[in-house]
Design a protein around this ligand. Structure first.
Ligand SMILES: NC(=O)c1ccc[n+]([C@@H]2O[C@H](COP(=O)([O-])OP(=O)(O)OC[C@H]3O[C@@H](n4cnc5c(N)ncnc54)[C@H](O)[C@@H]3O)[C@@H](O)[C@H]2O)c1
Length: 381
């Protein structure tokens, strides 16, 4: 198999992560690193034995690259993305969100589609066990028809003030909790509930504490299968952790709660109460599938609280939280020239550029709704 030549644009937190992951993988070799802050490019290039550049343009002119990794701040993905397409790369791994405006995202995907460049968006939450388990249980219909979902993804208030050092205010003032955080939530919900799509949104934002970017967005998503969900993301949370993520999904016949990195001493965990009509064998078989996919699942039949405890129903629990540690899914997909690599079976394709575009459309609608106070319908639904 030919070594995948990787070029990384943006040598910050995520660019460093991707460059080191690729450098440690025998499928790939990092050849170029570009960053407008050249000293950052140089530092990272030294670590992974690549050539440093100041601009993406210089890097694509100087290197033959198969996989371009775009890890610039949220609104600045388009320029390096289009340069990568023009340079003839095979694939692009773009950080989330694909873009901060629908027009940018559409232009990017049009160019990629025309040039037949495979695009992935790094919605890394999909690789956490809690959400992999959620995806399987919802997609198999084990909680019945999806009815309602609630998802809150909050960052510690230190994120907008300090995560990017003295660049933090500038960084977050051109993004928002909608673009930076809710993008994960919207992607996860689309993945869980596929093929359902969001057809309308209503949202509010609050601006009191930070001043340079909204404190929070809080909104409702209305889905074309009748489901409704609430999504909320703050940048003003006073918690001991950097981030807290809570998802609770209600189906017609069961529910799931996934709590990742809870604050205030809460315990991380994932539980699902399955459809009461499922037999013991069916519950065990659901648990077995998850275990075979390396998720440490405990299954039991418990007295059904919804009918006074006289009957038993299936109850699943993730024994310990975690996520896939082998970080080579995207490289494997490029090596195999597929959206669904052999080491990611049973959970659908990896998050794609189309998924990224769909999410940008929803986030743009959420921010427009919060700006106008009106419900916003998504075009083309
Ligand atoms: N997938 C995830 O879970 C996850 C987590 C955090 C951040 N992110 C995303 O990753 C992206 C990067 O975030 P980060 O925290 O690494 O930011 P960062 O500021 O640490 O790094 C971005 C780097 O890009 C450089 N840069 C800016 N414009 C450039 C350009 N046109 N050409 C070359 N270099 C340029 C900056 O100098 C900086 O060094 C963002 O879109 C962010 O939302 C994803």
């Amino acid at each position: 198999m030919q070594t995948i030549r990787v070029g990384v644009v943006g040598a910050g937190i995520l660019g460093t992560h991707h460059a080191q992951t690729c450098a440690a993988n025998e499928l790939a070799k990092v050849t170029g690193i570009a960053d407008l802050r050249f000293e950052q490019a140089q530092k990272l290039a030294d670590k992974v034995q690549a050539t440093p550049y100041t601009t993406a343009e210089q890097m694509f002119a100087g290197e033959k690259i198969d996989l371009a990794v775009i890890a610039t701040p949220d609104p600045f993905h388009k320029e390096p993305f289009l340069l990568a397409v023009d340079a003839g790369v095979k694939a692009i791994l773009c950080e989330k969100p694909l873009a901060t405006t629908t027009s940018d995202a559409e232009e990017m995907m049009l160019a990629a589609d025309r040039a037949k460049v495979r695009v992935f968006v790094n919605y890394a939450n999909r690789f956490a066990w809690l959400y992999m388990a959620t995806h399987h249980i919802v997609q198999q219909g084990y909680i019945g028809k999806p009815v309602y979902g609630e998802a809150r993804l909050d960052d510690n208030i230190s994120v907008p003030y300090r995560l990017w050092g003295d660049r933090s205010k500038d960084w977050t003032s051109v993004s928002s909790t909608a673009h930076f955080l809710l993008t994960h939530v919207v992607d996860l919900l689309h993945w869980f509930f596929a093929p359902a799509r969001v057809e309308a949104v209503y949202a509010i934002k609050h601006q009191e504490i930070l001043g340079f970017t909204p404190d929070l967005y809080d909104g409702y998503l209305f889905w074309n299968n009748g489901m409704k969900s609430r999504v909320k993301a703050e940048w003003i949370k006073h918690i001991e952790n950097l981030v807290e993520f809570y998802v609770c999904l209600g189906g017609a016949t069961g529910s799931i709660v996934a709590h990742r990195r809870p604050g205030y001493g809460g315990r991380e965990g994932w539980r699902a109460m399955l459809d009461s009509q499922l037999s013991t064998d069916a519950v065990q078989s659901a648990a077995r599938w998850l275990s075979e996919n390396d998720l440490p699942i405990k299954s039991q039949m418990i007295p059904d609280p919804t009918c006074g405890g006289e009957q038993q129903r299936g109850y699943l629990e993730l024994e310990k939280p975690g996520e896939r540690v082998d970080d080579d899914l995207f490289l494997q997909a490029v090596a195999e020239d597929t959206d669904t690599p052999s080491n990611w079976q049973g959970f659908g394709p990896l998050p794609s550029g189309e998924d990224g575009l769909k999410t940008v459309r929803v986030i743009s609608a959420l921010t427009a709704s919060a700006d106008t106070g009106q419900m916003v319908k998504l075009a083309g639904i």
